[in-house]
Design a protein around this ligand. Structure first.
Ligand SMILES: Nc1nc2c(c(=O)[nH]1)N[C@H]1C(S)=C(S)[C@@H](COP(=O)(O)O)O[C@H]1N2
Ligand SMILES: [Mo]
Length: 317
């Protein structure tokens, strides 16, 4: 049909206001993206600041890595959540220089046979470091692909020998408002705490990260040591850890304390369970325009689904 008189145009063919706005946004975005592309290509030889960070030695690659395209060093180190340094995404990169990540000790306590104070440099020397390229899915529906360097948490758990009373572990961020000025205001209850069931903590995918892109962690990413649990929303992955405690009861976690109806203990990535204020079905990969579907357990179901076969994931969100 080449010619339409107005009456023939069905209402469904008329661009709705929402579509119109989306199209406008898309055109604006395309113009920006083209400008950004040109800029980026001209500046390709201008290095990022990764050279400032020490290279880690003896890192082996892991069979658990994804082959998806990695986000850039700049993406990973300038778009962060680390409320101890401010609530905007670029605050941690601007403010985290006040953190002193060396020397650093992690206190391991609670129900285990070899509690004690463990120096991070010793942990790095005594354990095999692995590069693990993982997807990170934030609860705010953006995601990245990040080449972490880490130590399987299981190897540290085995070394300190938890007793039969140990059912969960609780991990805590440093509390020091001088180093972490965001702790002077009550945006969250400080220090930040998180927890895992012992089987989740012992899962082969769970690591303590000490680096990214082969170098020590920048402060804004949780230096010198932070948790990574790739099948859970980002907030489980507590940064700048000073304490790991084996406990009997399910610990509370910071975001659950802040808003219990919005953030549970498990926080497994689940496209079928929406956040009360937004859908979790889709996500935006940083650097991409179109959203993609969020995968159950962030795509790590083969490795982790068995741990939840008896759990109602709508109730235990
Ligand atoms: N101590 C502490 N750990 C934290 C947070 C925080 O605010 N404080 N934010 C969490 C959230 S919501 C996310 S998405 C990840 C972000 O990690 P990244 O900045 O290295 O990407 O860190 C998590 N760990
Ligand atoms: Mo997050």
């Amino acid at each position: 049909m080449l010619i339409n008189n107005e009456a023939d145009i069905k209402s469904s063919e008329i661009t709705s206001e929402q579509d119109y706005l989306n199209r406008r946004q898309f055109m604006k975005f395309s113009a920006l993206a083209t400008a950004g592309f040109v800029l980026k290509n001209n500046l390709l030889w201008a290095a990022d600041d990764s050279e400032k960070y020490h290279r880690l030695n003896n890192v082996v690659t892991s069979r658990f890595s994804t082959s998806e395209e990695k986000n850039s060093w700049d993406d990973i180190t300038t778009y962060n959540n680390f409320y101890e340094f401010g609530t905007a995404k670029d605050d941690p990169a601007d403010n985290a220089h006040t953190l002193k990540p060396k020397p650093w000790k992690v206190e391991i306590s609670g129900h285990c046979k070899k509690p004690g104070s463990y120096d991070v440099d010793d942990l790095i020397k005594q354990n095999q470091l692995e590069e693990r390229i993982y997807r990170l899915r934030c609860v705010e529906a953006w995601s990245m692909v990040i080449p972490w360097v880490g130590i399987p948490l299981k190897s540290i758990i085995d070394r300190v020998e938890p007793t039969s009373k140990a059912k969960f572990i609780e991990m805590t961020t440093l509390y020091d408002p001088k180093q972490m000025p965001g702790q002077n205001s009550y945006v969250l209850q400080w220090p930040y705490v998180e927890g895992l069931r012992l089987d989740e903590a012992s899962n082969p995918l769970t690591i303590l990260a000490v680096g990214l892109y082969g170098r020590v962690l920048p402060n804004q990413n949780g230096a010198p040591i932070r948790l990574i649990v790739p099948w859970k929303y980002g907030f489980k992955s507590v940064k700048s850890i000073v304490s790991i405690k084996f406990v009997e009861k399910m610990p509370r976690n910071t975001w659950n304390i802040a808003a219990p109806h919005e953030y549970g203990f498990y926080a497994n990535v689940n496209p079928g369970v929406d956040h009360p204020r937004w859908s979790q079905a889709r996500e935006r990969r940083l650097g991409e325009f179109f959203k993609r579907e969020t995968l159950m357990f962030n795509g790590y179901g083969d490795q982790v689904a068995h741990m939840y076969k008896d759990l109602d994931l709508k109730k235990w969100f």
